[in-house]
Design a protein around this ligand. Sequence first.
Ligand code: MEV
Length: 308
Amino acid sequence: MTSASAPGKIILFGEHAVVYGRPALAVPVTEVQATARVEEASRPGVWVEAPDISLAADLASLPADQPLAAAIRGVLTALDVASPPPLKVFISSTIPVASGLGSGAAVSVALIRALSAFLGQPLPDGRVSALAYEVEKLHHGTPSGIDNTVIAHALPVYFVRGEPIEVLSVKVPFTIVIGDTGVAAPTREAVGDVRRLWETDKPRWEAVFDRIGEVARRARQAIESGSVSDLGSLMAENQSLLEQLTVSSPELERLISAGYRSGANGAKLSGGGRGGNMIALVEKGNAPAVAEALRGAGARRAIVTQVG
Ligand code: MEV
C-alpha cells in the first residue's frame, strides 16, 4: 500500500492577471489536505474510489475528461505502464471543492505521487506538477499553472506562467485567516468571464493586469524584506483591481469588511473569486477574533494559517 498527501493553497496576490503572464504569489495551506492511497486488488483492472464525490468505478468505464481518470492515465503513460497490476485507488480530501483552495490540483498531485510510488517509479515534484497541470486544463480551460506548482512543491512561490518556479523566502512569518463564503465558484467560469471582458477592450484590461502584476512584485519585495506591514495596503489595492475585473461578490465583500472591522490589516478575495474564499492579514494574537468575526458574518468556515 502506498499513500501520499498534498496541501491546499491560497493565492496571496495576482490571481487572474497570472493567466495573462503577470506574476502571482501563492502559498500552501497545510491545514487542509488531499490524500490518495493505492493498494493491490484481487480483481484485475484499476478500481477508483472517491467517496467525497460519490465515485466508485472501474478506470476503464471513466471518460477521458474525468479528472481522476485523466491523472491515473497520465501517470501510466508517463511511466510507460501499458497494463498495470490489479489496483485499488482511494481518494479523499478535506479541501472544499470550487472554493479557490486548489482542491482539484491537490487531488491530482496526491494521486500522481501515490500511484507513481506504488509502481516503483516515484516522480520528482516538477514532473508531478507537469502531469497535474494536464489535469488542471480539464478543470478550467486555460490555467496559469500556479495551483499545481505551489501544491506540488508545497512551498511559497513567486510564479510567472511558463517560467521556472521561484521560491519565495519569507523573512518574517505572518498570519492569514481564510474565510470561506460557502458559495461554490468554479474557477473555469470566472476565468472565462475575465477572458470575455478582456476581449471587449484589451488595452484597458491589460493595464489592469499590469497594475496587479506590479502589486505582486511589490508584495514579493515586502515579504522578502520582512516589511509585513506593507502587505495590508497591497491587499486592498489588489482587491480593488479584482473588483474592476468583476470577480468579487457581495458575500466576499461582506467577509472582507468583517475582517477589517475585527482588526485585519488587509483583506482580499483569493483564487478565482465570485465566491470561494477571502483572506485577511492579521496579527497572530488577533487571529481567533478575526476568524470568529468572519464566521459571524456568514463564513462557512475560517482557517488560520501561518506563512513562513
Ligand atoms: C486560481 O487559483 C487562480 C486563477 O488565476 C486561475 C489560474 O491562475 O489558473 C484565477
